[in-house]
Ligand binder design. Structure first.
Ligand SMILES: Cc1cc2nc3c(=O)[nH]c(=O)nc-3n(C[C@H](O)[C@H](O)[C@H](O)COP(=O)(O)OP(=O)(O)OC[C@H]3O[C@@H](n4cnc5c(N)ncnc54)[C@H](O)[C@@H]3O)c2cc1C
Length: 461
């Protein structure tokens, strides 16, 4: 544990704020998005710049403190906070610079995706992200990044050109295809294992208006719709993305009153090609006579924040996930069974397509080893009331247990809770050893271990 003099010396180095247990703001500052997580660090460093991050990493290492890095704080397992250690909170580092000539955007480590969409949209550009605008760029990118543009432009990591990283020994390095290429490979899926990323550089794509929104069907049509979806989407052009979902229709506009609070199945579409071609691409969807056809043109950032109000911070969340290659009839029947048992209004199951452009990147090119999988499935129990914690958790686990035998084996790291080393290894498969060797090179003492942890090669389990 630190002595008072070293703490004062550290505090004096910071431009940002250092919060200690007992400070009035501390309890609010330790909260993360998932209210099921209740961890109590000793210190929270609200970093203002890279120098603050370097000072914080050095202080943690020198004082043998557990260190958690917080980007957007969205991680389901609560990996943006820790017990008894220090949280390096990047939320104050949210600068962005778009380079419209080079078609790139530089994003500080604490940005949320809404910040990025806002900045790039002004230039008629976008880079692939997730589907909720309050999610952090940091965690989402370092784990892969799946969203409405995946089939067209690939995962977020497939558009990541360079990162600035503060390493465990306090050094600051840049990693790209030209320098520290082993680190550049590792951060494109290996999570926050290698250091604090203070800046991300992404490729951007011309994109302004998308034709997007949900189509919904009654639950008793689940098997018919899911069987149609599993055939239709893989053959659809990459401009068309659509994730399958179970949901309870929110009780308010834009949903018609007669559907309010009905449990339904649906697909959330995003056509990112020429808007004039969208109706043609979506003709087969209309032919399936949805109970609601809510698809229309909208600015891309509007789609990106469409679900924000449904999922504000502070709810209880429990997740389980798997990659999926095929959806045989038996799996479809199980989905129909558990979809009908959704325990609460916000609980859901999503099947995110990861074919199209995601499949065009080689399996060895990044640590994301499921380049051949067609979907990333995630089951999430969500509710504002802590009293429903057990109910949402057991539904989620039972659903996952039933479907797991039909999965590809591992899961997307960003959809995992604390599920142990076997699951981490199942996710990285043959890349695990290479990642462990790179971890040994850049973080041999495993300072960065509040994550889906990769043990440095040679370390004891
Ligand atoms: C409502 C919701 C919607 C989501 N939707 C999607 C989606 O559409 N697509 C998708 O791919 N994922 C999605 N996710 C999952 C999301 O990718 C993960 O939860 C991710 O970990 C969130 O990143 P964060 O920065 O907000 O999290 P945090 O909790 O801050 O951090 C998560 C992990 O990343 C590390 N980390 C974060 N920033 C940095 C950094 N700058 N440098 C080093 N390490 C860092 C942390 O140390 C921690 O281990 C969603 C999550 C939620 C809660």
């Amino acid at each position: 544990m630190w002595n008072e003099a070293s703490l004062q010396a550290y505090r004096a180095q910071l431009r940002g704020t250092l919060l200690k247990r007992g400070d009035p703001e501390f309890d609010q500052a330790r909260k993360v998005y998932n209210a099921m997580i209740d961890k109590r660090p000793r210190l929270i460093a609200r970093c203002a710049d890279v120098a603050d991050v370097i000072a914080s990493v050095n202080f943690a290492r020198e004082n043998n403190l557990l260190l958690a890095v917080r980007g957007g704080g969205h991680n389901g397992g609560g990996l943006g906070v820790c017990d008894d250690g220090i949280v390096v909170d990047l939320a104050g580092m949210r600068g962005i610079r778009v380079d419209p000539k080079a078609h790139t955007v530089r994003v500080d480590g604490g940005c949320r995706w809404g910040d990025v969409d806002h900045a790039t949209h002004a230039f008629g550009m976008a880079t692939p992200a997730g589907i909720i605008s309050t999610t952090g760029v940091g965690g989402l990118t370092l784990g892969g990044g799946i969203g409405h543009l995946s089939r067209r432009f690939g995962l977020t990591i497939d558009n990541l050109l360079a990162v600035d990283v503060v390493l465990a020994d306090g050094r600051f390095v840049t990693a790209s295809a030209k320098e520290n290429d082993d680190l550049y490979w590792a951060v494109r899926g290996g999570g926050g294992n290698f250091g604090v990323v203070t800046s991300f550089e992404f490729r951007t794509h011309p994109l302004s208006t998308v034709v997007a929104g949900p189509t919904l069907w009654p639950l008793d049509r689940t098997e018919e719709v899911l069987k149609w979806y599993r055939e239709f989407l893989p053959k659809a052009p990459p401009e068309l993305n659509g994730f399958f979902a179970f949901l309870t229709v929110p009780p308010g506009p834009p949903f018609p009153e007669h559907l309010h609070l009905q449990k339904m199945c649906g697909v959330v579409w995003c056509y990112s090609g020429d808007p004039a071609q969208a109706e043609k691409a979506l003709e087969p969807v209309r032919a399936l006579s949805p109970a609601l056809y809510g698809v229309g043109p909208m600015p891309y950032p509007m789609l990106q924040s469409a679900f924000d109000a449904l999922y504000p911070p502070g709810h209880q969340w429990y997740w389980r996930a798997d990659f999926v290659n095929e959806l045989p009839d038996e799996a479809v029947a199980l989905h129909a069974k558990f979809g009908a048992r959704m325990p609460t209004m916000q609980s859901t199951m999503h099947l995110y397509p990861i074919d199209g452009a995601v499949h065009r990147v080689g399996r060895k090119d990044t640590p994301f080893s499921y380049r051949d999988a067609k979907w990333a499935a995630v089951i999430v129990g969500v509710d504002p009331d802590p009293a429903n914690r057990e109910q949402i958790t057991s539904w989620c686990k039972d659903y996952w247990d039933a479907l797991h035998p039909y999965s590809a084996g591992g899961a997307y790291v960003n959809f995992m809770m604390d599920e142990g080393q076997d699951r981490v290894q199942a996710t990285y498969r043959e890349h695990y050893q290479k990642l462990a060797a790179i971890k040994q090179k850049y973080d041999p003492g495993n300072l960065f271990r509040v994550n889906q942890n990769l043990k440095p090669a040679g370390a004891k389990a």
